[in-house]
Design a protein around this ligand. Structure first.
Ligand code: SF4
Length: 511
């Protein structure tokens, strides 16, 4: 699967969001802006910054990319010494300006800005409950539930209020919050999504990924722990735990695909992990070939690892067009092959008469991979052996990744032998679940539900991206999930009234 391009608005599964926060820097909003720039791959639909100044909290949000929203004039209006920023891809609630984050409110305790990465699995039930007791929602995001719960009467310090709210919500959430007094970072008890703490010239920084620290010259200090609230104010950071330790469920897909290769997530640099995935893949699925090539850019690290382990030379077979703007609209009659070639072009001089191994991180719908293999063959490749540096993606994600529905996941619809025939590949090999886990450091502290259908937190309801818009409509029975590798149906626990599943049913790029 090629990496989601910055400007063209299509691509495969999308991350729910990226977060940056800074406390104690005279140009806080500007630093946050650069941090968002580094995290743009985590969300391209909207972006926002909230800043603290002597006037209290103010903010600016917009639709599109951070670089388009935060002009010099917009940044000049965001003076202050503490700020949080957010880039969004919508996984709950529509993509519109009202849902752009950080959400900024005035409430009984003062002002509060919240940015959220992840998905709450009990969002629909909580919203129903809150509305029944008088809450009026301004957005259709699950993130606003956190604000509504913060506003409920509760006797205690600010930390105790936050901890109390965190005990009510369930699911995946890394949060950056800002008040007139403090910057707050939170990770859910299972730690699905990353969030790290850093420092810069005496200021404190939070970021979803360390690549943002690198860009703004900050030093990485440590990860925020699962189940930890870090409150940073003029006295510095202090830590609060809000629940008993539970088994972590870090999203393994961050390593496979989402996080930038130069980010260090949970102690490991993604490029290094991806190379190890490629080495493991070569051991599990060797091929007799002349060249190893990558689908740029997401397959590159794994292809290098495959090449190193197999001794087969790595080559560049594709040239990427970096100028495909989001304004590019394929003419309605254009054939799919042409659409694929707009972004990546094969070099026949490299592939002609060669036996090729092509490495990618995932196959989602399969149609883009079909196009890539057809291109290589058209350019003269003698054999094309497809290798995938993760197991077959068979199940949807309820924790902040927007996969297509199971009936669009090629591995949920057919066995691997049929996928190979469908792709017209000379051979096809997926990395095993065990091999992927070992390459990512081993242990049982990962969520791998999109591969094995074992959900660390059963969703209270099968929550649709649009569920907040549909709160008042009749409940809709969700379709059954596909069978797992053992032939049994995946766990689909349903409490309350099921609404539609949390995966998008909107058409995306055919993959
Ligand atoms: Fe990550 Fe997959 Fe788990 Fe979602 S289901 S959190 S994408 S590993």
């Amino acid at each position: 699967m090629s990496e989601p391009p910055c400007h063209d608005g299509d691509g495969g599964p999308r991350e729910a969001c990226g977060l940056v926060g800074i406390f104690g820097h005279p140009r806080a909003a500007e630093r946050v802006f650069y941090g968002l720039f580094a995290l743009q791959h985590r969300g391209q639909e909207s972006a926002g910054i909230a800043v603290r100044s002597s006037r209290g909290l103010t903010g600016h949000t917009g639709m599109g990319l951070a670089c388009d929203i935060f002009t010099a004039a917009a940044l000049a209006g965001l003076e202050g010494d503490a700020a949080i920023g957010h880039v969004r891809y919508s996984t709950t609630g529509s993509s519109n300006l009202r849902n752009a984050q950080p959400l900024l409110v005035d409430y009984a305790r003062g002002q509060l800005a919240v940015g959220h990465n992840g998905n709450l699995v009990n969002a629909a039930l909580l919203r129903k409950e809150l509305e029944a007791s008088g809450s009026i929602f301004q957005t259709t995001t699950d993130s606003e539930i956190i604000i509504q719960l913060m506003a409920r009467p509760f006797n205690g310090s600010f930390e105790e209020v936050v901890a109390n709210v965190m005990r009510r919500i369930q699911g995946a959430y890394s949060l950056a919050m800002l008040t007139p007094d403090a910057l707050i970072g939170v990770r859910d008890p299972r730690g699905f999504r990353p969030l790290s703490l850093g420092s810069l010239d005496g200021a404190w920084i939070l970021s979803s990924e360390t690549c943002a620290f690198d860009l703004i010259g900050a030093q990485f200090i440590r990860d925020i722990e699962p189940g930890e609230i870090v409150v940073i104010d003029k006295r510095g950071p202090r830590s609060v735990r809000f629940g008993p330790a539970v088994r972590p469920a870090r999203c393994i897909f961050e390593y496979v695909y989402f996080a930038r290769p130069d980010s260090t997530i949970w102690g490991r640099t993604c490029h290094t992990v991806r190379k190890q995935l490629g080495r493991q893949l070569a051991a599990e699925h060797p091929a007799k070939a002349d060249l190893v090539v990558a689908v740029p850019d997401s397959g590159s690290s794994a292809a290098l690892g495959f090449s190193e382990a197999s001794g087969i030379p790595f080559e560049f077979a594709y040239i990427r067009n970096h100028y495909v703007g989001r304004t590019f609209i394929a003419p309605s009659q254009v054939d799919r092959d042409l659409k694929v070639r707009v972004k990546l072009n094969v070099m026949p001089a490299v592939v002609k008469d060669k036996r090729m191994v092509i490495v990618d991180d995932s196959i989602i719908r399969g149609t883009t991979t079909l196009g890539r293999i057809a291109e290589l063959k058209r350019a003269g490749a003698r054999e094309v052996h497809m290798r995938v540096s993760s197991p077959p993606t068979r199940f949807p994600c309820f924790y902040g990744v927007d996969f297509p529905s199971p009936d669009q996941l090629v591995a949920a619809r057919m066995p691997i032998s049929d996928i190979q025939r469908f792709l017209r590949a000379d051979s096809l090999g997926y990395l095993s679940l065990e091999g992927m886990t070992a390459a990512c450091g081993g242990g049982d502290g990962f969520c791998r539900a999109c591969y094995d259908g074992v959900y660390p937190i059963p969703p209270e309801e099968l929550v649709a991206k649009e569920c907040m818009e549909r709160q008042r409509s009749d409940a809709v029975q969700a379709p059954a999930l596909p069978a797992g590798p053992d032939g049994k149906a995946a766990r689909t626990p349903r409490r309350g009234n099921p609404v539609r599943p949390s995966f998008s049913t909107q058409p995306r790029e055919q993959r």
